[in-house]
Design a protein around this ligand. Structure first.
Ligand SMILES: Cc1cc2nc3c(=O)[nH]c(=O)nc-3n(C[C@H](O)[C@H](O)[C@H](O)COP(=O)(O)OP(=O)(O)OC[C@H]3O[C@@H](n4cnc5c(N)ncnc54)[C@H](O)[C@@H]3O)c2cc1C
Length: 416
């Protein structure tokens, strides 16, 4: 069976890898010159089932109000004429009920756990180098009340099997010795030992090489998909800047752009792009950098060490498909970096990046068959696409191959 994957981000590449494992012949069409150069390029690097909460919750509105008082939180809802944003927002509000939050977070957590299992297996099988770290992730709090609140928040995932440790101030310093000079900033933390950090751009590119080396995969870089042609509710071919391509089945994995392509064949995807920012700075003193992934839960800033680079990410800006950035967008990130890990990296040499999270109102990705008989979806992974990548890729490859997925997938069907 020949399968064509549209998009070579981390989601497209994991899908291609598992399709090849299932014995398919795969073509990937990617408009950029390599894999993982869009949203998968600059994310915070956390491979974290511990973040598998839906953003739509009863506390979302409180957070929106907090962000009006404290602009450092980086949450901005830009009011503008944008019917797509209005529709998305109404739908998001509908998912904020506690019962919906529980359902969405639970489904997401199950997929994230499965995805972590699949990542570990993929690492055993391929020995990919993507600056991965197995030191876990620390969620740090600045005061006792916040720490109590965070413990309660995490109860939901602990009840479902996530293993966590509660760290007081001393235990936190032991886990992150680089905090010693600023020991008073944080009261304590929650620590997730099983979570990982790693560079999803490097991972995507290494996985692309593995796919090409298989001999059954063709990747067309610089192939911008312009039109999807159908014949009686079946895709007949895909027209890209590098020609026309045909396959038996098609997987859409075009990240934030997926909605535009799906609409051409009458499939509506509730995906809105939510912008975030990150910096990547060269580490100049390894001992002064955090070893585990690090999340300042009050400032909503997350960071990962990728070898000799420190990645720090934040913000959620509702501003359409605009990917531009200005120096002021990085002020809060730089302020926190210089406050907490001042001697770790050369922040004057940081590279700046902005990218769009492909977000659904429920924060759940959409996986599996669409209303077009040979079009499969692996889209809408929002704030957690790196974490969900291996699990979602395997699930979609199984569905395409007609093999029952090893994890529950009903919650991710289109329209759920
Ligand atoms: C600031 C920030 C921090 C984040 N932090 C984390 C984190 O710590 N952990 C985590 O799990 N997730 C995180 N995420 C989310 C994660 O990065 C995304 O969910 C994930 O990268 C989405 O992958 P994707 O492959 O769907 O999209 P993309 O990486 O955008 O890939 C889609 C690909 O499709 C291609 N494409 C699009 N249109 C076409 C076309 N017409 N023709 C051909 N190719 C096309 C694009 O060029 C692109 O390469 C973060 C996101 C942001 C913005």
């Amino acid at each position: 069976m020949r399968v064509l994957v549209i998009g070579g981000g981390v989601i497209g590449m994991t899908t291609a890898y598992y399709l090849l494992q299932a014995g398919m012949t795969v073509t990937v069409l990617e408009r950029r010159e390599n894999a993982g150069l869009e949203t998968s390029a600059g994310n915070a690097g956390l491979y974290s089932p511990s973040d598998a909460f839906s953003w739509a919750s009863t506390s979302a509105l409180k957070l929106a109000i907090r962000s009006l008082i404290n602009p450092d939180l980086g949450i901005q809802y830009k009011l503008r004429f944008d019917p797509m944003l209005w529709r998305w927002s109404v739908s998001f509000l509908g998912q904020c009920r506690h019962s919906a939050w529980r359902r969405n977070s639970e489904a997401k957590y199950r997929l994230a756990e499965y995805s972590l299992y699949m990542l570990n297996k993929l690492r055993d099988d391929t020995r990919l180098d993507f600056d991965v770290s197995d030191q876990g992730i620390v969620y740090a709090c600045r005061d006792t009340a916040a720490l109590e609140g965070l413990k309660q928040h995490f109860n939901f995932l602990e009840d479902r099997g996530l293993k966590l440790q509660h760290l007081d101030q001393d235990a936190l310093i032991e886990k992150v010795p680089a905090l010693n000079a600023n020991a008073k900033i944080y009261t304590g933390a929650i620590y997730s030992a099983d979570c990982k950090t790693g560079d999803s751009e490097k991972f995507s590119q290494a996985l692309a090489r593995v796919c090409m080396d298989s001999g059954n995969c063709q990747i067309e870089w610089g192939a911008n998909v312009e039109r999807i042609l159908t014949d009686k509710k079946t895709i007949s071919s895909v027209c890209a800047s590098k020609g026309e391509f045909r396959a038996d089945a098609y997987v859409l994995a075009a990240g934030p752009q997926s909605g535009f392509l799906a609409r051409q064949v009458g499939v509506r995807l509730p995906i809105y792009p939510i912008k975030g920012f990150s910096i990547t700075a060269p580490i100049i003193n390894d001992e002064m950098a955090p070893g585990p992934g690090f999340d300042d839960t009050e400032r909503l800033v997350a960071m990962s060490k990728f070898g000799n680079r420190l990645r720090i990410a934040s913000s959620a800006v509702f501003d359409g498909f605009d990917e531009s950035h200005q120096p002021k967008d990085f002020q809060a990130i730089l302020r926190l970096a210089r406050e907490v890990f001042p001697d770790a990296a050369d922040y004057d040499k940081a590279e700046y990046w902005a990218g769009l999270r492909p977000m659904t109102p429920s924060s759940k990705p959409i996986l599996g068959l669409s209303s077009v008989s040979n079009l499969f979806l692996n889209v809408g992974h929002g704030h957690l696409g790196w974490t969900l990548s291996c699990g979602a890729g395997k699930v979609v490859a199984d569905i395409v191959a007609g093999t029952p997925p090893e994890t529950e997938t009903e919650a991710f069907a289109l329209g759920q």
